[in-house]
Design a protein around this ligand. Structure first.
Ligand SMILES: Nc1ncnc2c1ncn2[C@@H]1O[C@H](COP(=O)(O)OP(=O)(O)OP(=O)(O)O)[C@@H](O)[C@H]1O
Ligand SMILES: [Mg+2]
Length: 250
């Protein structure tokens, strides 16, 4: 089992979008995939279940904070299992013994790939997966606020490594606009000090649209009123597929 946590305390950088694409890529490769949605908004759960009310359903990911409980994922139409996120998750608390016990319970499940979608907060919902994961996927955008907030996330990662020494991180640059000069400068500054996983992910309305239709951008077809079928640009489809497969394998 390989456990990924898609995380960044900054909101809106693409955590949920990337967590979903990783899950779809893994499922296409024949992995047995579990998504654990730790975000009280439950967006990943809504997309996977194709049900906007799934974030009113208790249990789900809350079981990761409740010692001794059986983890009972839901089956979703895409063939990916889910511990759903919901509005009651905000109250999640756990001591360190519970976090250890829940990590052991997770490792006993029969999945090859587990993906946590984490919320932009500093609660247990953010810190607990640092103990459970093998890999942190940290989406970034090339702008001042994301970059200034990154050090906080990297400091927490260092702290988590004292208990989870093999935890490795992969930084993913999302919503990159290669023709925007400011984005280019921020990307250059980032790559001067950090290793970013390539390819960078372009900003594309088709990514948003595909996710809203519960599909990865590389598979999605937009049907026009004249019944023409449009796909995302080839380079965008390629970037997402190559990046997700690369993250799953290294
Ligand atoms: N590469 C992209 N191109 C265009 N839109 C994108 C891209 N990546 C993400 N988005 C859009 O940006 C918004 C934020 O993305 P997303 O919800 O995945 O971020 P998040 O980090 O999970 O946010 P939160 O911190 O609120 O959980 C969404 O509307 C999403 O559709
Ligand atoms: Mg999210």
């Amino acid at each position: 089992m390989k456990v990924f946590a898609v995380t960044n305390q900054k909101g809106g950088v693409g955590k949920t979008t990337i967590a979903l694409h990783l899950a779809w890529a893994a499922q296409e490769l024949g992995h047995r995939v579990l998504v654990i949605d730790l975000d009280p908004q439950g967006n990943a759960s809504q997309v996977l279940m194709r049900d906007v009310k799934i974030n009113l359903r208790r249990g789900g990911a809350a079981l990761m904070f409740s010692r001794g409980e059986t983890l009972e994922p839901l089956a979703t139409p895409a063939g990916i299992d889910l511990l759903n996120g919901h509005q009651y998750l905000d109250a999640a608390e756990a001591d360190s013994d519970t976090i250890t016990e829940r990590g052991e319970a997770l490792r006993k499940l029969d999945y090859t790939t587990v993906i946590f979608d984490c919320p932009p907060s500093l609660s247990k919902l953010f810190t607990a997966p640092l103990h459970w994961a093998d890999r942190l996927i940290i989406p970034l955008t090339a702008d001042f606020f994301t970059i200034s907030g990154l050090n906080g996330t990297l400091d927490l990662l260092d702290t988590a490594r004292t208990e989870n020494p093999f935890l490795a991180e992969r930084l993913v640059l999302n919503m990159f606009t290669k023709n925007a000069r400011a984005a280019q400068i921020y990307a250059r500054d980032l790559t001067a000090t950090l290793t970013l996983k390539e390819p960078f992910l372009a900003s594309s309305a088709m990514v948003r649209e595909a996710v809203a239709h519960s599909q990865p951008v590389w598979a999605y077809r937009h049907i026009t009123p004249a019944n023409n079928s449009l796909r995302a640009p080839r380079d965008v489809r390629g970037q997402w597929q190559i990046l997700c497969r690369g993250l799953l394998h290294d």
